[in-house]
Design a protein around this ligand. Structure first.
Ligand code: ADP
Length: 550
């Protein structure tokens, strides 16, 4: 027997409609690429999203067509989030930090019919244009006064095409909630990038989960600074979740330097901000250089961190200097992106500081909607005891079932679980702790060394700004760890200091065989350490212990 409740489709347009109806005057603030600050509100975003939908229709875009964006976070990008998906087309956010050959591969693979881009990317788009087979119109996301002088076929001005339309009388179409809404390619550190195709249903369900107090706990009283780019897994779903409760949103544009982020936090009275650890390092560097600034006066309540591991040093600094709570999450482009979020259980709140800290540094606890399992190399399910580790698999209504156009074959196992490529432990409370990405694991004498643990410990050593550990071949142990360090400007730290510091914090056999100081470390387009490149660079590196062993 079926229930008798209304079968209303879960559509993305309903989110912006809700925000515009119940929170019309709540502000949406953007720092534009030119540096000026632009203000609108949820009513304005909804109206302009409708104008976008009509403008796209006028350009010949039909439901299901892909519309690409090469853009930083801004109100215009938000209007596209709602205008494109709302009309039934698919918003394809492209990461402008990728190599140009990856970008043209992605746009051609997605067959984008229109490409929207921030004016600052005009030189890049000009270079790409001859290779883009499907793009019929190029739209610079700016006004007439800031139009780039680009040599592009069918170049249009965003403000012109939007202002030519009237929102009045436009009703969002209704369609199957399983329809595709947005498309995002994974960075593809190996092989070609693969497209993750989200649906309206998956996006709305993910937003609901993101609001829960046990996860990010976003409410209408919040002011959210979205530092994570809107091309990185739908800006972690926050542009949708924020509309669901009508929270104020602040967009930093391309300005992710410490000064810009700090001033936006201060001027807009930000309460919650999300980003990857690398951008927070930039903020810390800025504050290091400006000891007269009091981060606590910002009044920021929570910082959301994901995409790469949260280090103890970063957690402690946010708590101590900002008086902020840190909420770590684990996820992937393929998981919309949230798979687990770290908020403490009641019993943890009464734990001694050090024990509580150990829990806080775990990647997160399972949320409703995501089934987790860990299995060993032979496919045996591992216990949830916080010690046994295995390959992490996830399943749920906002987890990818495959990649766009079937690339890479099926990523699912026989039970419908998605293979994440991460190695993790899960404890008896369901807290997940990442050991490594399977491809980054260091195997020493048949045992695994967790690079995440060693890096986190090293980041706590005074004078260390960033740490990265990789496996280097060794005649006796197969692989041994090599630690690469970027020092803090103006602070002295030696190899011996680092080894002594680590010696007190990690197992002896995990201690790196060598520590090298480097001016900088390479990162992927989404801010993760690019270990593949480092492994290549240090492939023939001879560890001092290897010399001794031969
Ligand atoms: P990319 O396209 O950069 O690979 P993803 O966001 O899909 O982007 O990357 C997902 C991966 O990031 C995960 O599989 C995991 O290895 C890593 N990751 C995500 N969150 C965390 C975290 N909190 N701690 C450690 N690693 C994380």
């Amino acid at each position: 027997m079926l229930g008798l409740m209304q079968d209303r489709p879960l559509l993305i347009s309903s989110l912006v409609e809700h925000a515009a109806t119940f929170h019309p005057d709540t502000e949406i603030v953007s720092r534009l690429p030119e540096g000026t600050v632009h203000r609108t509100n949820w009513r304005g975003i909804r109206d302009r999203a409708k104008q976008v939908a009509k403008a796209l229709g006028a350009l010949g875009v039909r439901p299901g067509d892909r519309v690409g964006t090469l853009a930083w976070n801004s109100h215009r990008h938000l209007e596209l989030y709602y205008g494109v998906s709302g009309m039934g087309a698919v918003l394809h956010t492209v990461n402008p930090r990728l190599f140009p050959e990856q970008i043209d591969y992605i746009i051609n693979h997605a067959e984008d019919s229109v490409l929207m881009f921030d004016a600052m990317f005009a030189p890049l788009v000009e270079k790409l244009a001859p290779k883009l087979q499907s793009v019929k119109a190029f739209v610079a996301m700016t006004d007439r006064a800031h139009m780039p002088a680009a040599n592009l076929p069918n170049l249009l001005c965003f403000e012109d095409i939007v202002n030519a339309q009237d929102a009045a009388g436009y009703a969002w179409p209704e369609f199957d909630e399983r329809s595709a809404s947005s498309l995002c390619y994974t960075s593809g550190t190996t092989g070609n990038p693969k497209g993750v195709l989200y649906s309206h249903r998956s996006t709305v369900l993910h937003s609901l989960m993101e609001l829960a107090p046990d996860t990010f706990g976003i409410s209408s009283t919040e002011t959210l600074l979205l530092v994570v780019p809107m091309f990185h897994a739908n800006g972690w779903g926050t542009p949708y979740a924020a509309a669901m409760v009508g929270a104020k949103m602040v967009f930093p544009g391309p300005h992710l330097d410490g000064h810009s982020v700090y001033t936006l936090m201060r001027d807009e009275k930000v309460t919650f901000s999300q980003g990857v650890p690398t951008v927070w390092m930039l903020l810390f560097q800025y504050l290091d250089a400006h000891p007269e600034l009091d981060a606590r006066a910002l009044g920021i309540k929570r910082i959301g961190i994901g995409g790469a591991a949260l280090s103890r040093a970063m957690l402690e600094r946010f708590e101590r200097d900002f008086g902020a709570e840190v909420v770590q999450g684990w996820g992937m482009t393929e998981t919309s992106p949230i798979g687990a979020i770290n908020t403490l259980l009641d019993k943890h709140k009464r734990m001694p500081g050090e024990d509580q800290l150990r829990i806080k540094l775990k990647q997160g606890r399972g949320v409703w909607g995501v089934d987790l399992k860990i299995i060993d190399d032979e496919g045996r399910v591992q216990p949830w005891d916080g010690k046994a580790f295995g390959h992490l698999y996830v399943r749920g209504p906002w987890i990818a079932s495959g990649y766009y156009r079937g690339e890479g074959g099926s990523p699912l196992d026989g039970e419908g679980y998605f293979r994440t490529g991460d190695i993790a432990t899960i404890d008896s409370d369901g807290f997940l702790q990442l050991v490594d990405r399977a491809k980054d694991v260091i195997k020493s004498g048949g045992e695994w060394i967790s690079s995440i643990d060693v890096e986190n410990a090293a980041m706590g050593c005074p004078g260390v700004a960033e740490a990265c550990i990789i496996g280097v071949s060794h005649p006796t142990w197969q692989e041994r760890p090599l630690l690469l360090i970027v020092g803090r400007p103006g602070q002295e730290v030696t190899r011996e200091d680092v080894l002594e510091f680590l010696g007190k914090r990690i197992a002896k056999w995990w201690l790196p065989d060598e520590v090298l100081f480097v001016p900088e470390l390479p990162h992927t387009a989404t801010g993760k350490l690019l270990k593949m490149k480092l492994r290549e660079q240090y492939r023939d590196y001879v560890l001092p212990t290897a010399v001794a062993a031969t």
